[in-house]
Design a protein around this ligand. Sequence first.
Ligand code: UT7
Length: 323
Amino acid sequence: MIRSVVMGSGAAKPRTVVTNDDLAKKVDTSDEWIQQRTGIEQRYIAEEDETTASLGEAAARAALADANLTVDDIDMIILATSTPNNTFPATAVNIQNRLGMKHGAAFDMQAVCSGFVYAVTTADSFIKAGQAKRILVIGSETFSRILDWEDRTTCVLFGDGAGAIVLEAQEGVGMSNDRGVLTSHLRSDGSHREKLYVDGGPSTTQTVGHLRMQGREVFKHAVAMITDVIEAAFEATGLTADDIDWFIPHQANRRIIDASAKKLNIASEKVVLTVNQHGNTSAASIPLAIDAARKDGRLKEGDLVLLEAMGGGFTWGAVLVRW
Ligand code: UT7
């Protein structure tokens, strides 16, 4: 059985850190409120010359170096983003060009905060179908560009950044101790649109628009949706919360992460948390957290990792992968 094995990871953060106190000088908020409600202490915000493409390119280069590979070894790029450089061409194609890659295919994937989980699942399907040998999967966002900086209920929550992994086709035996993606489960339900959306777009307003969120409503659904899809991943593999080495969730809110881990009986020391440092970076949050856990030595080859995300749409999903 073909498995999609993670060969390397990388990340890129904008130069500028913005603390909660920095924000409190511009909008009616406080470090105390933000930390208590979300766990966020700071976020990175892109300067004018830093874009989804430039951050994605830097993360991709770091992941390729970590995997000891070059673009010549890659035959596909999938970029998860909701903040593309342009409406078209796809920002993945822009990154492909920046990397000097003229072969293969590159495309964007749009599932908001679940984008990275959707992109990994898509890459795994291409690899399992024998249509690609190595795929660069990137999550890159500049949410600061679509925030309403006068709306304190949203602007304090998000940040910018990028992360990437390289997936490679390798032969496995089809058991849960194989390395690579073991199972993935995707869900969506468009009836929740109004709870988290951007109020503009080419076909409606001909503008980019701003992010709008009914935070409490999203919160209400988040834990149930996350735990439901994770239970589906456990059921498909026969694995349990005890088998997990690292839980690397989408980093939207520490309270959602803690409540999900508690409901699933995942020990708190297995939870990788970066929301305090990065804020919510949407499709970039999981690969940024992966890279943090790799760099500090926690995440090692052979570890069983649970990825999970939930966001606009609603979309949600979970992936079990053995490193
Ligand atoms: O990645 C996609 C998924 N997104 C999420 O997972 C986000 C999910 N939602 C959340 O994380 C939380 O709902 C928030 C962090 C957005 C909000 O926390 P909450 O505990 O649900 O607060 P709330 O919206 O119920 O607001 C409580 C109070 C309100 O004041 P009143 O009406 O009680 O007087 C808000 O006006 O907090 C006020 N408030 C603020 N105060 C200071 C809202 N934003 C702020 C702020 N600073 N930035």
